[in-house]
Design a protein around this ligand. Structure first.
Ligand code: PLP
Length: 392
């Protein structure tokens, strides 16, 4: 129940990768024919990723992760824009830390002014807010495609159209969205887009940045001439091959997976609302929510406590982003949606996927209400809450 943190590398993907750990170990930069197999494999994967996005293969650059793609998009673009006297970045308050911490770095060390756009109570960015934030110093707009904690899908095509009209480069972090939604970078006017293989049944440690032809971005990793001189270091061939394969498989079953996941998601949401009093669904509903995301707050209980209780019953869930699970601060995303601290602390995220079964959904619905009720029975906060509602 935590497919957003990561997914298992699918057997077909692993099979495609295996030769590149063994007999096909040639360095793609070498000139002899043996190494050409590695080069060919990388170019095939580039084509597979490009095809899934309606991009040209020459616009795909492989990276070491989604985080690296995000860092590159922001730092590389702002670095280049500095030469033209532009130092303004527009992003949102609900981005993944790969974006937020890159933006904070740029503010602290590069003199960049950052506008963090607010979101509404379901997590939507307003296109009018993006428009109002643009100045003649704006070098980049970066708005995530879909949020990793609450699953809200942003109005990317509208923001893309606005940015194209105003001639501002537009980046989107699609690390989660690309695993569930059809993305057409041309139709959506996207200039840069980040992805990560391990969120879509590919291997860990490989991502990609799509950069529309003509995008002006400084390199992020300097060194050799790999990735057409834009991203140095000997390629992670097996990882790249796995990414390409994972993307092709994902695309071939995307609509089917979306329908299955959405039905299970809605069943779990409806079941929780029915069985657990005062449960609050965080994020949007229907088509505006990632098909695999379920995020609730249960007033009176700590999300972390629920995670441990669920774990003892064999259920792996999360309170939000895996990357911030070691911090006890409430989620910045839930606070941005306007949740009070005590509600943000009581949040729980289930993210379903290919490993999920109907029986597992039923099992969660059997176990969770009991766990929440038991924890609430011990909680002074819950008692106060009931009193405030006149229910005690
Ligand atoms: N962006 C988003 C929205 C994410 O959810 C994640 C990972 O959870 C990342 C970026 C980072 O991707 P990676 O794990 O490949 O570095």
């Amino acid at each position: 129940m935590d497919h957003t943190a990561t997914t298992p590398t699918s057997p077909e993907v692993l099979k495609a990768m295996m030769p590149y750990f063994g007999e096909m170990f040639g360095n793609p930069s070498s000139v002899y024919s043996f190494s050409r197999q590695s080069r060919t494999a990388i170019e095939k994967a580039r084509g597979q990723v490009a095809h899934a996005l309606n991009a040209d293969p020459s616009e795909i650059f492989f990276t070491g992760s989604g985080t690296e793609a995000d860092n590159w998009a922001l730092k590389g673009t702002l670095e280049k824009a500095k030469l033209k006297g532009k130092n303004h970045l527009i992003t949102t308050s609900i981005e993944h830390h790969a974006i937020l911490h890159s933006a904070e770095f740029l503010e602290a060390y590069e003199g960049v002014d950052v506008t963090y756009l607010p979101v509404d109570s379901e997590g939507f960015v307003k296109v009018e807010d993006v428009a109002a934030a643009i100045t003649d110093k704006t070098a980049l707009v970066s708005v995530m495609f879909a949020n990793n904690e609450v699953g809200t899908i942003e109005p990317i095509a509208e923001i893309g159209a606005l940015c194209r009209e105003r001639k501002i480069p537009f980046h989107t972090d699609a690390v989660q969205a690309a695993a569930h939604l059809n993305i057409d970078v041309k139709a959506m006017n996207i200039d840069m887009l980040s992805m990560s293989a391990h969120k879509m049944y590919g291997p860990k440690g490989v991502g990609a940045l799509y950069m529309k032809k003509g995008t002006r971005t400084e390199n992020f990793i300097h060194g050799g001439a790999q990735e057409r001189k834009h991203r140095a270091s000997t390629e992670n061939i097996a990882g790249i091959v796995g990414f390409g394969e994972a993307m092709e498989i994902l695309k071939s079953r995307l609509d089917e997976d979306k329908a299955i996941n959405s039905a299970r998601r809605d069943k779990l949401i409806a079941g929780i609302l029915e069985k657990i009093p005062h449960a609050k669904l965080n994020g949007a509903t229907g088509d505006k929510r990632l098909p695999n995301n379920i995020n609730f707050s249960f007033i009176g209980v700590e999300g972390e406590t629920l995670l441990l209780d669920l774990d003892s019953k064999g259920i792996s869930a999360s309170t939000g982003s895996a990357c911030s699970s070691e911090s006890l601060d409430p989620s910045h995303v839930l606070l941005a949606l306007g949740l009070k601290h005590e509600m943000a602390h009581g949040s729980l995220r289930f993210t379903i996927g290919r490993l999920t079964t109907d029986e597992q959904i039923d099992y969660v619905l059997e176990v969770l209400p009991e766990i929440v009720a038991r924890r609430r029975a011990m909680s002074p906060l819950w008692e106060d809450y009931l009193k405030s509602k006149g229910e005690l």
